[in-house]
Design a protein around this ligand. Sequence first.
Ligand SMILES: [Zn+2]
Ligand SMILES: [Zn+2]
Ligand SMILES: [Zn+2]
Length: 466
Amino acid sequence: MSAVAEALLPGGFDVAPEVVAGIDALAADEQAEAALEAAARACRHCSEPVRLLGRSTTVDGETGEILESFSSADTPGGEVLKACGTRRASRCPACAATYQGDARQLVRAGITGGKGVEESVASHPMVFATLTAPSFGAVHRRPGAGGPCQARGPGRCQHGRSRSCLAHHGEHEGVLGAPLCPDCYDSVGAVLFNAQLSELWRRTVIYTRRRLARLAGITPKALDALVRLSYVKVAEFQRRGVVHLHVIVRLDGAGGGMPPAGFSAAQLALALRIAAGQVSAPHPEGRGEARWGEQLECAVLDASAPEQVRRVANYLAKYSTKGSDDDGALDRRLCSLEDLAARRLPPHLRRMAETAWRLGELEALKGLRLRRWAHGLGLRAHFLTKSRGYSTTFKALRAGRQRHRRAERLALPEDHALLVLAKWCYVGRGWRSRVERFLVEQAGRQLEEARRFASEQHLLARGVSP
Ligand SMILES: [Zn+2]
Ligand SMILES: [Zn+2]
Ligand SMILES: [Zn+2]
């Protein structure tokens, strides 16, 4: 291995020999290396950039002067690369890091204000809650601090399998989350729970409002005229393949401003707690119902405590880039059971996806669109969703970033009137070779690490623990 390849592959990276040979060849060609670096910078180290042909011209809206003109014909590769923008860390680490940053800002703006959100929201009653899924059968679980498996039960099941496990599982062991007996485990119930998550949450909000009205001693209708509930929620897949929901719920005035005096965060927390214990969403055709698990965390969120705000925002943002499995095997829609069989997955997640696929056939469950969402193990919808009034949007954050970059490039104020005339046509996706992709990802990773280090130093200098 050459010195260049070695420097790029620290810690014994497991890389195919042809990739190493490719790295060496590229290192010998200065021009090609510089072109790749420029292309990587242009799409901010995206793993699967969209390749485009075309041009864009930026005109000063006030003077009509052409400020910037850019054509794919001017680039070394003859194409313009645009970042893929995915949220999935398993698909593109660089774009997922950007998405995570936006998710953090979006969550945060809803707590403290900023990014177009009134700063007075910080004094609204607010709670942070985690709603869990119930048990669908015993699974292998590792205690947080290590120690023996938490699966405990008496004797053996009807299939002759032990109901207990005494093993000490490693943190990344594939068996974690797997049922002790796959035949006893209620995968149907688990898939249906995921599929009904949005409906269960919708009902939880209604129940919370009712309970809040009762605590305030008014009718639900009178409450509607006074306040609204704004929220952001993030779905987190557990290893067992069911979802937990992390939510921030904020009490606003009916029109969005400060809620009237007399409503407290403690009241809101109590209302949510009671609602979560009572609510259910019936499955179609008497196939049972979805309910929250008994484990419920619900705490008052204090917007004036920066540490707490940062922790909660980071926590929610972290889960926003994850999928239903760690390795991305379920990032894409399933086409068939054969397609599923070809993907590398832990057996219990495969079983969940298969269950979703098979249930999708049933006429009675058609409304849940389980085939379309079998790769989400039944979970429809996005991982991060919010009520309209909670905060800014991903779209607005992206547009703001673009505006900021352009203004910086052109040395103009951000609100300067500009007209951008662009025509692009799609030619393809991804890098031309594995070598290119590998090098770009590697450089992106190093940049991200440097960025993280700098931000940690910045926090430490301010006396905040990162
Ligand atoms: Zn990307
Ligand atoms: Zn175990
Ligand atoms: Zn069994």
